[in-house]
Write a protein that binds this ligand. Sequence first.
Ligand SMILES: NC(=O)c1ccc[n+]([C@@H]2O[C@H](COP(=O)([O-])OP(=O)(O)OC[C@H]3O[C@@H](n4cnc5c(N)ncnc54)[C@H](OP(=O)(O)O)[C@@H]3O)[C@@H](O)[C@H]2O)c1
Length: 376
Amino acid sequence: MPYPYVLLSAAVSLDGYLDDTGPERLLLSSPADFDRVDEVRASVDAILIGAGTIRADNPRLLVNAPERRAARVAAGRPEYPLKVTVSGSGDLDPGAKFWHTGGDKVLYTTDKGAERARGLGLAADVVPLGPDLDWAALLTDLHDVRGVGRLMVEGGGTVHTQLLQQGLADELQLVLAPLFVGDPEAPRLFGPGDYQRGRLRLVESRRIEDVVLMRYEPTAPGAGPSVTAADRRWMSTACDLAALCPPSRTAFSVGAVVVAADGTELARGYSREGDDPVVHAEEAALAKIDPADPRLPGATVYSSLEPCARRASRPLPCARLILRAGVRRVVTAWREPDTFVADADGSGLLAAGGTDVVVLPEYEARAKEPNRHLLG
Ligand SMILES: NC(=O)c1ccc[n+]([C@@H]2O[C@H](COP(=O)([O-])OP(=O)(O)OC[C@H]3O[C@@H](n4cnc5c(N)ncnc54)[C@H](OP(=O)(O)O)[C@@H]3O)[C@@H](O)[C@H]2O)c1
């Protein structure tokens, strides 16, 4: 995976505030929910907060339960997750608890912010990311350089808003607390801006004492070549569908999902689905959608294997079916090998027809799994 799995975690009042404006941090969660948060912290490789939260709350950001820390160590992990913060200015209090508790710390900042932070002698690895703070570069560094597979983001609202708007959040864990703040000066969880248009998927709701935990997953595909966390999840679904294909020695097992720009699933399919022994996954999915559906030009086709460019079993290959349907974005995990057709280039055909083709190589192994017997 090029990025860690990004889990946003926050508690809000009934009127959508993260805090009040008083000098003390407003406690929104219940004791049992604080313990759940501690458990989530213990499960991740790194925890991130913004500089605003360090200034407002001066948190330590630890795994508090000794048995959870012991379990991490027993599993060969550091006792505490890596602590990560972001600041454009680099203007941070070197005496804040964040720097002096727990395990390793890293500050991602701008070139200017790094100059200032280094001058302050912060007890952290200071990483400049250029003139501006680039979240994609930050996540890549966490993943590639620091081996972070799961990142928990504990706010504040400025940080959560950007990660959600940029399609970089895999999951939102939101706790709703039964109280009101009512102060327009207080910080809100999400600010204005450009969010995914459609509905997120609710994957869990759980009562914890007097608060409710809701877990949501973003669903909207990226645009053009840019990849969202939801793209990866849909590709994972396509790989799950590939595993449902009736086995064959003469054709690949492939899964496909068609998703509208607002994250609505339009159809899904897989090779040899139903009573059709030669149907391809993309063909099976597209056949379930009204060709006049106005969402098709903005939709994305996820296919675990690159759509075919040539086939003997039908007049039109899948790449042409996709172009005919008007879809202009395809995400795939794996380019077609020469097993049945030499030099198949479905991606080239799609690109020549004006379609963006995005390859997610991190799913290649899963996409190949049901085809292992064909690959030698
Ligand atoms: N209820 C909850 O679950 C919860 C959780 C966390 C926080 N909170 C509350 O949230 C409030 C703080 O939220 P906040 O939105 O003010 O702050 P924040 O999101 O914690 O941090 C914002 C700061 O992070 C840096 N930053 C973020 N994105 C950046 C970018 N793209 N480029 C450069 N720098 C960037 C900037 O630091 P510089 O200013 O140094 O440039 C910015 O001022 C506090 O009241 C806290 O209590 C509540």
